[in-house]
Design a protein around this ligand. Sequence first.
Ligand SMILES: Cc1cc2nc3c(=O)[nH]c(=O)nc-3n(C[C@H](O)[C@H](O)[C@H](O)COP(=O)(O)O)c2cc1C
Length: 370
Amino acid sequence: MGRHVSVARMNDTPINLYDHEKLAHAALDEAAWAYFSGGAADEITLQNNTRAWQDMGLAPRVLQDLQGGHTHIQLLGRSWPTPMLVAPMAHQRWAHADGEAGMALAAAAQGCGMVLSHQTSTPLQTVADLVQGEAERGPLWFQLYWQADHGALRALMAQIEDAGYEALVLTVDAPVQGVRDRERRLGPGLPLPEHARPVHWQAQPPTESAGLCAGHGNAAPTWDDVARLQSWTRLPVLLKGITHPLDAAQAVRMNLSGLIVSNHGGRTLDTQPASARLLLPVVDAVQGDAAVLVDGGIRRGTDVFKALALGADAVLVGRPCLYGLAHSGARGAAQVLRLLRDELEMAMTLCGCRTPQDITPAHLQWPGRS
Ligand SMILES: Cc1cc2nc3c(=O)[nH]c(=O)nc-3n(C[C@H](O)[C@H](O)[C@H](O)COP(=O)(O)O)c2cc1C
């Protein structure tokens, strides 16, 4: 959990995201806790994700004119109130009966966006119907994993478009799951309850060919598949899990609408650097030719501020939203986003930034800065 102050006892009102984490730990059984909170292998990346934001110092400007300040941003042709989205996370009905529906309502209520996971346990139409009428909501995006069955993938994409989702997010950093010791200790197979099973997910057909990871490497998507996906949709496409500047440059050449700098919350390839460290080289490679978002380890409004200072257009928040959901359903997830939102406003005010556009690299002071 990094260095922080958390004082939550069971009946206290959570005052920060670490309090929500404690309450979620108490609410979930051992298997669900291992799945939702765990990371890959020694969890080095998981720990570093939080720590790297903490290690970055802020350089406030004082005596700035803050009248009419706000946190609205403009991205992919639309504006919304808070530069945050809920990250795509699988099986949310395992955390709480409110599941993805509750999460989407919480995001909408807080003016945040929501990225629905391909492995959602709630139908995509249900989620879309619930939030589409909310005037102040952020965008609704759908996250996809590449599928060997192109017909099924295209049929799903048609449903996503018809339901009114505003962008597709193709996750490219997890052709296999990664080594997750906490889950492996529970025994073979995730003990997923029936009601939390993914409703749009087609198990990949068993491969007969040999090769990396018993043939799973053969089904991993390539740049050609990205081009294929772009040609199949009229929606903007973002790639999630871009961390190398050369991959970022390739994505720009292919006219991708956006990139999400992410190490999958430290759940896939352990010892990858923290996403806070991966962001700037990607921003430099993209040079404003695509949207750049980041996730991983964001636990404070100051972390959101730092991400924007490094050039991110917006951030995604993962586990903390699940933690809020786990102990209090939609209300808990909304509380988490509200805390982050309030803390961001506080950080902006104290750093002398009237709007997100005013946040620049000059507001940061850290040793790793080149
Ligand atoms: C329980 C869990 C399930 C996840 N499922 C998905 C998923 O289905 N698709 C995906 O692209 N990323 C998935 N992720 C990764 C998140 O989208 C995000 O990258 C990560 O959680 C961000 O780090 P944070 O949890 O520290 O905020 C999952 C993360 C968690 C914790």
